[in-house]
Design a protein around this ligand. Structure first.
Ligand code: SF4
Length: 392
């Protein structure tokens, strides 16, 4: 059990207050649990209001797993703890004093659910209760999870993305999406070596030749005169062909094919970001048509088109909306996901097995996030469903 768990129960008033007594045997009434000081130093809750006997007290409330933690945390040396009016502990193992006066203490052992037992029993502790649960809790959790996922992508993009150069951010994200997990890194490296500005500046040049040569995969083109000229003009270095991975990929997903597909998009797309202002229906049509290639021999499959939208356009629009502080733009990321087919993988099969199905990519992406960030981490306490089921 973690102290956070006690904080959570106290903050959300999920304690059987009517059964509480002080360890001294006196009656206690809790009028106000106080305000949670999650990020501040000092006692856990401030401005609490309690009544012991006939006296009403106002002040701070401190929570611990064991009462002896008061001394382990050295609160006796910190004046900020002098006006603690109540000590709430899971186990009372030692009397605690402020200025030689025992602090009124409540012991919660036996009064609150033993969460670990519930959590460790099943992979999805909530599964047996799902039928009884109002679907609104799952929907609310899905929204919370998808926003968490998109915000994590946003933080990643911020690590390399320059707000003043959104075209380069979009170009880099597009490249990484073409690389999928396995070749995302070399694709990103490629876009660092040949920025979009350079490509658009040298419009007369063959984009395909440039991309293939810098990638280190286009050996056939090495003697191209334009390439030799650009290589020396921009001091372009060729990547090692060994950075490109093939293992585990089907031939149609090999980097040679993905680079050709990427090059065709880069050639025809100006990376103008004004498309984010289109309505959602127009936006998805626009993006899909961009990803249809004229060279049918390297056609991008519809599953890959959806993946590119999920991994490039959805996070880009979320990031761009954040840069512009425009929630309406960010909303479109969520709308886009609803137009896309749900992915299929072993995690989504597990959800299906407990009766949770996906209609679109909004569903699948949010369920993947819930599973990876909450279920496997046993964070049911912070999940809307876990919270409702375990403490209903
Ligand atoms: S985190 Fe939520 S969805 Fe996952 S098992 Fe716990 S209660 Fe269920």
């Amino acid at each position: 059990m973690k102290e956070e768990y006690l904080h959570h129960l106290w903050k959300n008033k999920q304690i059987p207050f009517h059964q509480l007594k002080l360890v001294s045997g006196e009656d206690i009434l809790i009028y106000d649990v106080g305000q949670y000081n999650k990020f501040e130093s000092g006692p856990d809750f401030s401005n609490g209001k309690i009544k012991i006997g006939n006296v009403t007290w106002f002040g701070n409330i401190e929570l611990h797993l064991k009462s002896s933690d008061w001394y382990h945390h050295n609160h006796q040396l910190d004046r900020a703890y002098d006006n603690v009016i109540l000590h709430v502990v899971y186990t009372h193992d030692q009397n605690v004093f402020i200025n030689n006066k025992a602090i009124p203490t409540i012991e919660l052992k036996g009064l609150i659910p033993e969460i670990e037992e519930v959590l460790n029993k099943h992979e999805f502790p909530c599964s047996t209760f799902l039928d009884e649960l109002d679907p609104i809790y799952l929907e609310s959790m899905k929204e919370k999870a998808i926003i968490k996922r998109l915000n994590r992508r946003l933080l990643d993009i911020n690590k390399y993305g320059d707000e003043s150069n959104p075209k380069q951010v979009l170009y880099s994200l597009l490249a990484q999406a073409f690389g999928c997990k396995i070749n995302a890194q070399p694709f990103q490296e490629l876009t660092n070596r040949i920025p979009i500005k350079l490509i658009k500046k040298e419009q007369c040049f063959n984009v395909k030749t440039l991309i293939l040569n810098v990638s280190g995969i286009g050996e056939r083109e090495l003697l191209d005169k334009n390439w030799i000229h650009l290589k020396s003009k921009y001091k372009l270095d060729t990547m090692s062909r060994h950075v490109w991975k093939h293992k585990g990929l089907r031939p149609k997903s090999f980097p040679e094919i993905r680079l050709l597909q990427f090059a065709e998009i880069v050639e025809k797309f100006d990376f103008d970001t004004s498309f984010v202002y289109l309505g959602s229906n127009e936006l998805i049509k626009n993006i899909r048509s961009l990803l249809i290639l004229s060279d049918k021999s390297i056609k991008i499959s519809s599953a890959m088109i959806d993946l590119i939208i999920i991994n490039c356009f959805v996070p880009f629009i979320w990031w761009y909306g954040n840069v512009k502080m425009n929630e309406n733009i960010q909303e479109k990321s969520l709308d886009l996901l609803q137009f896309l087919n749900a992915e299929e993988n072993h995690i989504l099969k597990k959800w299906k097995a407990i009766g949770v199905n996906c209609i679109n990519s909004y569903d699948s992406q949010s369920l993947l996030e819930i599973y990876n960030e909450f279920c496997t981490a046993k964070k049911c306490l912070f999940c809307e469903m876990g919270n409702k089921i375990i403490y209903k």
